[in-house]
Design a protein around this ligand. Structure first.
Ligand code: ADP
Length: 396
């Protein structure tokens, strides 16, 4: 019995097939450039690792391509599709409807469709993948795991924007937060690593990948998070600007002859590490350029650390204390240098990093020194595992 995890983007579809009993990953892959001329399917099954350039016109073809390699009589890992008992779908936006994962019924699908207005780029491909899976695997139970669900515990004072109340009431404009599956997972893993209960800890989890967000987690509940109505708000990211003065938007439209779409594009795709450094959205390239004397790259690196430090301080104050900080995702897990910059000079705030521990790599680990009042841990995230476990729990 296996669980299939599906993470559909507008032109990509990532998947993993996981054994329900052992939680072992049996196959994983990614169909990219769906609908374009140069689409391809990259996958790993056992020892086999392959990239097939092939036409993938839509999400159903992508799911079919994944199933074809898994069912391959020689290299595959499935004898027939009935071995897949559930399909766990990562859904970016569940609005205010979902505070936990659910089995997808017609009613749930309608709610996800309603949330297209809030996530026009993300929910439609997820719905396409959902439709494809129910056609190709009608007997597998579909499960939805929402990026927004974990943050539904935020109090109104944290999720409301100080706009006219009608913007919330009529248009549902509020902070939703994203990366919830990751924040929840690393918080729980950190509690296990420290041998403490989540219920008596004040924690800030930092998910620093291409997209970046921080969450304030008090007693196990998300009480604030940096991403907001969309994943653009908050800390500086790879290509996103994070929080800026909102008046800049109309200023750019009026004075630079840009359309709202142009500004959206500028803030989402041309800003952040890429925009400041002019080098790359990948922190590794930015750090390399900075080390070689590129001043804009050095500034980008400093700004990135600064924006994270700012929210760390904010959340410690909001929660009235801080016990644990967790670093995760591409940057959080791998960049010792960025961690060093973020936590530099915080000794008086009770955060002291042990340089030797920080320099080590791999696995779940503590990087703060023994005399640091706040424990800092690195916890590799695993959103797929959460989706699998939620699916197993829901199908019983
Ligand atoms: P996504 O948000 O797409 O899931 P990841 O969590 O894999 O992405 O993070 C990708 C980012 O992690 C890369 O763009 C890169 O900036 C950063 N990264 C990965 N490894 C390192 C490293 N060793 N040093 C610095 N940055 C790294």
């Amino acid at each position: 019995m296996d669980i299939l995890v599906i993470n559909a983007g507008s032109s990509s579809l990532k998947y993993q097939l996981v054994d329900k009993e052992t939680l072992q990953v049996l196959a994983k892959g990614n169909c990219e450039k769906i609908g374009l001329d140069d689409s391809f399917h990259k996958f790993e099954i056992g020892e086999l690792s392959e990239t097939r350039v092939m036409p993938i016109p839509d999400h159903q073809s992508a799911v079919q391509a994944a199933l074809d390699v898994m069912l391959d009589p020689e290299a595959g890992c499935l004898k027939n599709l009935s071995e897949i008992v559930a399909v766990g779908h990562r859904i970016v936006h569940g609005g205010e409807y979902f505070s936990e994962s659910v089995i997808i019924t017609d009613e749930v699908r309608r709610r996800i469709e309603e949330c297209i207005l809030l996530a026009p780029l993300h929910n439609p491909p997820a719905l396409m993948a959902l439709r494809a899976c129910s056609i190709l695997m009608p007997n597998a139970t579909p499960v939805a795991v929402f990026d927004t669900a974990f943050h539904q515990t935020m109090p109104a004072k944290a999720f409301m924007y100080a706009l006219p109340y009608s913007c919330y009431k009529e248009m549902k404009i509020r902070r939703y937060g994203f990366h919830g599956t990751s924040h929840h997972y690393v918080a729980e893993r950190a509690a296990l690593l420290l041998g403490r209960s989540l219920t008596d800890m004040k924690m800030v989890t930092c998910h620093l990948g291409n997209g970046c967000s921080l969450a304030a987690i008090d007693g196990g509940f998300s009480v604030d998070t940096t991403m907001g109505f969309t994943p653009l708000e908050g800390v500086m990211m790879g290509t996103r600007c994070g929080s800026i003065d909102p008046a800049i938007v109309s200023y750019l439209i009026e004075n630079k002859d840009l359309t709202p779409d142009d500004v959206n594009n500028l803030m989402n795709r041309k800003s952040g590490l890429l925009g400041i450094s002019g080098v790359s959205n990948d922190l590794r390239d930015v750090q390399e350029a900075a080390a070689a004397g590129n001043e804009q790259a050095a500034l980008a690196e400093q700004m990135y650390a600064h924006s994270i430090k700012k929210y760390l301080g904010q959340y410690a104050f909001e929660m009235g204390g801080l016990d644990v900080v967790v670093m995760t995702a591409g940057v959080g897990e791998n960049s010792a240098r960025m961690r060093e910059l973020i936590f530099h000079n915080l000794g008086t705030m009770g955060i002291i990093i042990d340089p030797a521990r920080n320099a080590l790599s791999g696995g779940e680990r503590i990087i703060s020194s023994d005399n640091s009042r706040v424990t800092v841990a690195v916890i590799p995230t695993n959103e797929e595992l959460v989706i699998v476990k939620d699916a197993i729990r829901l199908i019983g």
